[in-house]
Write a protein that binds this ligand. Structure first.
Ligand code: SAM
Length: 297
């Protein structure tokens, strides 16, 4: 039996936050997640599956975007604030599945030329080399963020390496080509919901499925429509299945083109997506409507 969506905590519509879609299974909110999350009650979501913009890597071209902060400390502080709100809205047994990639200092180049294969990597601004780092340094953003979230109260339960067998080639000559990102599994409490059975993986020796390992080999899917940083559905599927039961409520506060919503529909979960950029909201709407909840059952 489905329960109602969590209601707003107050009836006053906040500036710049509007609900653009709602049915029994999905809800899409256009606006800044910093504002939109405040409208949700405590203990509303079973899990959060999300991928915030990476620091200094892409220009989503909209005021209020996360990732365009001048230094990584401010970026991390902004994300810790947002994920504190996420934690409040999670059930006590809820989890966060956080995908995050790393970046290098710019070496004080102030822009990046468009890349034919990945136009979203063009940047009209690039932040200066952060204090304490040197040109060419790998910043270590994922672990800086994970440790900051742990210090803020999250239980850091697992780092998962998302290995991309089809990663983009790089023209570098003095380091290996980067082929991975992280997914951090974090929980609100010491004991939490985790359905390991649903994501077991085949064993090499033919002894039947084994507990899922921490390295996930999943190809990237390229970009969808005008969105450049789309989750592969298989990555989301593993997080959603392990993090929720059918009918469970899943949150993505950086919804982008709505991959989490799409996967939730396909696996009979309910989903709330929040996205700042109206152009991406439109892509998400189109994609969500391709899978009707009743047909997916
Ligand atoms: C890495 S993308 C997410 C892509 C998504 N997982 C998908 O599969 O399409 C991050 C998204 O966060 C959005 N964003 C940036 N700042 C935001 C904010 N303050 N509130 C809500 N969304 C924001 C960007 O517009 C971008 O679409």
């Amino acid at each position: 039996m489905k329960t109602a969506y969590p209601e707003r905590r107050d009836s006053k519509r906040r500036m710049c936050v509007r609900e653009v879609y709602r049915d029994d299974d999905a809800r899409i909110i256009e606006g800044d997640s910093r504002k939109a999350l405040a409208d949700f009650p405590d203990n509303a979501f079973q899990c959060c599956v999300t991928s915030p913009p990476y620091w200094g890597l892409r220009d989503y071209g909209i005021d209020g975007q996360i990732g365009a902060e001048n230094d990584p400390d401010t970026y991390i502080a902004d994300l810790v604030g947002i994920f504190r709100e996420v934690r409040r809205t999670l059930r006590e047994d809820g989890t966060l599945w956080l995908n995050i990639g790393d970046s290098y200092t710019s070496g004080d180049r102030r822009w990046r030329a468009p890349d034919r294969k990945n136009p979203g990597r063009a940047m009209s601004y690039r932040p200066p080399t952060p204090k304490g780092l040197k040109p060419k340094d790998l910043i270590g953003v994922p672990w800086r963020l994970a440790l900051a979230l742990q210090a803020d109260g999250w239980f850091l339960r697992s780092d998962i390496v998302w290995n991309k067998p089809n990663c983009q080639p790089e023209s570098v000559k003095d380091r290996p080509t980067r082929a991975h990102e992280y997914v951090f599994l974090m929980s609100k409490s010491e004991l939490y919901f985790y359905d390991g059975e649903s994501i077991r993986e085949p064993s090499a020796n033919g002894n039947g499925p084994k507990n899922r390992r921490t390295v996930w080999n999943i190809n990237t899917n390229g970009f969808h429509g005008a969105h450049f940083a789309v989750f592969p559905p298989e990555l989301v599927r593993l997080c959603v299945l392990a993090g929720s039961k059918p009918d469970g409520m899943v949150l993505d506060p950086f919804f982008g083109s709505g991959t989490v919503g799409l996967v939730c529909r396909e696996h009979q979960r309910r989903c709330v997506g929040i996205e700042l950029n109206p152009a991406y909201v439109r892509i998400a709407l189109e994609r969500i409507n391709q899978v009707h909840p009743r047909l997916a059952l």
